[in-house]
Design a protein around this ligand. Sequence first.
Ligand code: ADP
Ligand code: 5GP
Length: 207
Amino acid sequence: MRREGLALVISAPSGAGKTTLVARLRAEFPDFGYSVSCTTRQSRRGEVDGSDYIFLSREEFERLRALDHFAEWAEVHGNLYGTPLAPVKRMLKEGRDVIFDIDVQGAQQLKLTLPAAVFVFILPPDIPRLEQRLRQRGLDDEAAIEHRLTNARVEMAKSGWYDALVVNDELEAAYDALRAVYLAGTLVPARNPGLVENILGESPWPG
Ligand code: ADP
Ligand code: 5GP
């Protein structure tokens, strides 16, 4: 193991481009671990149980929640979502970086469990373009789009505590910014124990 794993927590209002940006990051860095969340929502076309989400009944979710299975959980758009703690801890311990795609409430809870995580919030360039992207995505009816736009304003208003804000206007520029935040996070001294000692010849790698 060369260094400790980095937890990269990404939040965004629905339609801001999080799925697109995370897919690019995972394509460029195939070793990235992904925190597969549990959810009570219905699976969408193309989603794979166990790799996009773990789809559970409400009863099963609540049973696991009572057993402290989740590092954090939240109710989003009427469905329950939670991050299973054990796989995340295992990947970080192995030195793998892990991406979390979770909402603002969950990210705030996760900061208590994983204080060294890097928290990134992705913003749309403006509300009309957010609306346009939600329509273009083609997943929601009119009422759901209105609901998501209202939620988007609430979530964006709570983004001030994140480590980085990435505006997804032009996709290439947004990706470069996200990539830069990630790479900078991997260089923090605390995440590279023994590096300096090794360079000084004081200890064999890894430290
Ligand atoms: P989210 O996961 O945040 O809901 P998506 O990644 O699914 O958002 O993106 C929503 C829609 O916007 C998709 O159709 C996607 O192709 C498009 N999109 C994403 N980023 C951009 C961008 N920078 N410019 C234009 N369209 C974008
Ligand atoms: P979707 O249902 O569109 O995939 O996701 C809806 C929202 O739930 C997104 O904001 C997403 O980030 C969030 N979400 C997904 N998984 C989790 C999770 O495990 N915990 C929390 N708190 N939010 C999640």
